[in-house]
Design a protein around this ligand. Structure first.
Ligand code: COA
Length: 722
């Protein structure tokens, strides 16, 4: 039996690699979109028959025209539809009757403009589902496939880019036109290009799955404005990135910036943080601009992946090499100094004034033979994982000669058994290069500026280290009574409505879910507080319990180091008095009594719901550090064991957790377990809308961690119980 994925992939073949195509709305007017699509089909030399459809014409562009899809001599694989909006559905009905397998609907005016358009689009979708046909669009530029056996330009782009191994989907049609023009001018070879339009049926996610298995595609580029099914996207990207790099340019903001900031976590989770987190977790390489997207694509499609961060730089000019070395450092790369033996070999062909350290500055007199020698021997040194070659045309040596010298240096290193090292080039002020972005020098990506080359290499190294990580696992957490917690949350919402939980309910929920809590509990009177303090042992801390008052310290609601019952009573009276002074006595539910904890590192763990991606978990330094340093790492759930390892090691303050200047190290394993538990819990209990554990006190290794303070907000959720 075929899997769902293979059936889905099969269903896309008539769209992306059709054997016959009809252009519906093939107008006689050369300026119309329909006419331009037909023209593009012919200019790309599509390898199958093309049928223009236009009831008002008998011939268009020397081709016999048919009045409707039903009048065609054969059922076609693909119908490209460019007729006025209100005629689209009936064209599709003709297509269903005539056995057309798929559609690209260029026509605009659907869900993107009005409720009426949305209803029409929904009707189209229902008919597609009922008939098992597929559709790209509506409201799109179309699609292209450069494979010699297909050569399809089913779009109104006059540009058919060179063949290559990069597939691309764009959520913007207009930008798609510019992208195709840039790809062609930069020499970026494309395997397939799809402008997805409104994604009524075929989505970016479907294309990802198709390209995962597509033999013509090595690199996937995505221009993303919004995520249709973000959870599926995350799942697919995690898997597909392991086999093929995905480069994504995400425009706009996720909307999460508009979240109500009732917790530290929500306040810190500004704008694009969830997208960044997701890209990190799934190995997606994020491009910051169109130019960078092309540079990454060219480099990924033409060069092997670096195996480490060591970069060799060879140049004929000192300044650009220094800039390049600085940019390498900023990108997380290193430029190691060469061993004496390597320096000796390099020095053989260079004048005495040259420098054989890394960067190798061959000085302005360097010509092709010096380039060849240095490229070969830096690659053969075994001391670098990648090479950047800089050439400033100074009139001494022609670009083409240097280009072949680099090529033969690489080949000589290859003959000597050196494989798989990426080589990037920088040619500053190369004639014809007007700052348009990456081009190529032979098979080498060619940059105009050192910073761009270093940045791209840095991204590749980051991706390579993501690939080198083990595949993350999602170990189930023992003692996590998720369904009981969910029941508890639903009951609480039913009784008290949505909102922040009181201290007692917070404690009950967290113990039900098996989180590590300090001894003690909530007391409503001085007697209860003393009884609790006696039980946990002195010294104790008592803290105001209140849903309403967020910052307890500011109202004098935290009393520490209380050594006996008398001190506890006095502290309780003091808290009550301070609240009375502020007319806030009604906000006091009681006090939390805890033993004094010391010798730990204060951390924070939090969760907020991202509109697109669901629960977003934060980890960082706790206490007041959260507000001042904002040293926090976010990741979207579900968190794998690898994700939590990274979150903890990603914060700048990680050294504190390893033990610093007399401070004992922290029990990192217990923090990892806490993050995994939280991830599993919030995935299972969508009513948990927001939470802060601040501080979480991490004890020395082997002694665990405890959630000293917690706040949890519940909100009704429509999600079904699993
Ligand atoms: N079957 C076949 N052909 C049909 C038809 C039908 N049901 N209905 C109309 N036609 C023919 C017309 O006869 C005409 O041919 P002619 O010029 O030789 O007479 C041709 O289709 C075009 O029809 P017309 O009414 O002139 O439409 P148009 O060209 O002005 O607009 C679209 C059609 C699709 C371009 C327009 O509706 C549209 O959606 N434009 C925006 C497209 C867009 O921006 N897409 C997103 C890009 S990112």
């Amino acid at each position: 039996m075929k899997s769902i994925t293979s059936t889905m992939i099969e269903s896309l073949k008539p769209l992306l690699a059709p054997r016959s195509v009809a252009v519906v709305g093939a107008s006689r007017d050369p300026n119309s979109i329909g006419h331009r699509i037909l023209e593009a089909m012919l200019m790309s030399h599509f390898q199958g028959p093309v049928y223009p459809i236009n009831p008002k014409a008998s011939v268009v562009r020397c081709l016999r025209c048919y009045p409707s899809l039903k009048s065609l001599p054969e059922p076609v694989d693909l119908a490209v539809v460019a007729v006025p909006r209100d005629a689209v559905l009936s064209v599709m009905e003709d297509g269903f009757d005539a056995g057309v397998k798929s559609f690209v609907v260029i026509t605009a005016g659907f869900a993107e403009v009005s409720a009426e358009g949305r209803a029409l689009q929904q009707q189209m979708l229902e008919r597609l589902r009922a008939t098992g046909r597929r559709m790209v669009g509506p409201n799109c530029l179309g699609l292209l496939n450069t494979s010699p056996s297909v050569q399809l330009n089913a779009s109104f782009s006059p540009i058919f880019p060179p063949m290559g191994r990069v597939a691309m989907s764009s959520q913007s049609g207009a930008l798609g036109l510019a992208i195709l023009a840039s790809a062609a001018s930069m020499g970026l070879g494309i395997s397939q290009f799809v402008s997805v339009g409104n994604q009524a049926d075929v989505s970016t996610n479907d294309l990802l799955e198709y390209w995962e298995h597509d033999e013509d595609t090595d690199v996937i580029l995505l221009y993303v404005e919004s995520f249709g099914e973000p959870r599926r996207f995350a799942r697919l990207a995690r898997r597909i990135s392991r086999g093929k790099p995905i480069v994504a340019l995400k425009s706009g903001r996720s909307g999460s910036g508009a979240r109500a900031a009732g917790s530290h976590t929500a306040a810190l989770a500004a704008s694009d943080v969830a997208v960044d987190a997701l890209f990190h977790q799934t190995g997606i390489i994020r491009a910051e601009s169109l130019q960078e997207m092309f540079e990454l694509a060219i480099t990924l499609s033409r060069q092997p992946m670096p195996k480490g961060r060591r970069v060799g730089i060879i140049t004929n000019a000192g300044g650009p090499a220094i800039l390049c070395a600085d940019a390498c450092e900023a990108a997380g790369l290193v430029n190691p100094e060469f061993n004496p033996s390597t320096k000796e070999i390099l020095a053989k062909v260079l004048p005495r004034t040259a420098s054989v350290n890394n960067p190798v500055d061959m000085i302005a007199s360097a010509q092709a033979p010096q380039y060849r020698h240095c490229v070969e021997h830096v690659l053969r040194s075994g001391e670098v994982d990648a090479l950047i070659v800089i050439y400033i045309p100074i009139g001494m040596s022609a670009l083409r000669e240097v280009e072949s010298a680099i090529q033969s240096g690489v080949l000589a290193a290859k003959d000597a058994g050196i494989h798989e090292l990426p080589v990037l080039t920088i040619v500053m002020s190369q004639p014809g290069q007007s700052g348009e972005g990456a081009m190529t020098l032979n098979d080498f990506p060619c940059f105009q500026y050192p910073e761009a080359a270093a940045k791209v290499l840095g991204r590749l190294v980051d991706y390579a280290s993501w690939l080198a990580q083990p595949v993350g696992q999602f170990p189930a957490q023992e003692g996590l009574a998720a369904s009981r917690v969910r029941e508890f949350c639903r009951q609480t919402i039913y009784q008290d409505g949505s909102g922040w939980l009181g201290a007692l309910a917070t404690r009950d929920l967290l113990s039900l879910a098996g989180f590590p809590l300090p001894q003690g509990g909530v007391a409503r009177s001085a007697d209860e507080a003393v009884a609790l303090a006696d039980r946990v042992g002195y010294p104790v801390a008592i803290k105001l319990a209140s849903k309403q008052i967020l910052h307890k310290t500011e109202v004098g609601g935290v009393q520490l180091h209380l050594k006996n019952a008398d001190a506890v009573r006095k502290a309780m009276v003091a808290i009550e008095q301070r609240l009375r002074d502020r007319d806030l006595q009604a906000a006091m539910e009681g006090v939390i009594v805890q033993p004094m904890l010391s010798a730990g590192v204060e951390l924070m763990v939090g969760m907020t719901q991202d509109k697109l991606f669901g629960p977003l978990i934060a980890f960082g330094l706790g206490g007041i550090h959260v507000e001042i340093l904002k040293d926090v790492c976010f990741r979207v759930t579900p968190l794998s064991d690898v994700d939590v390892q990274h979150m903890i090691r990603n914060i700048k303050g990680f050294r504190l957790l390893e033990g610093y200047r007399g401070h004992p190290p922290a029990d990192i394993a217990s923090l990892e377990a806490l993050l995994l538990r939280l991830s599993e819990l919030v995935e299972a209990v969508p009513e948990m809308a927001e939470l802060d554990f601040n501080p979480v006190m991490a004890m020395p290794p082997g002694q665990g961690c405890v959630i000293v303070d917690a706040r949890i907000r519940l909100e009704e959720s429509a999600k079904e119980q699993d």
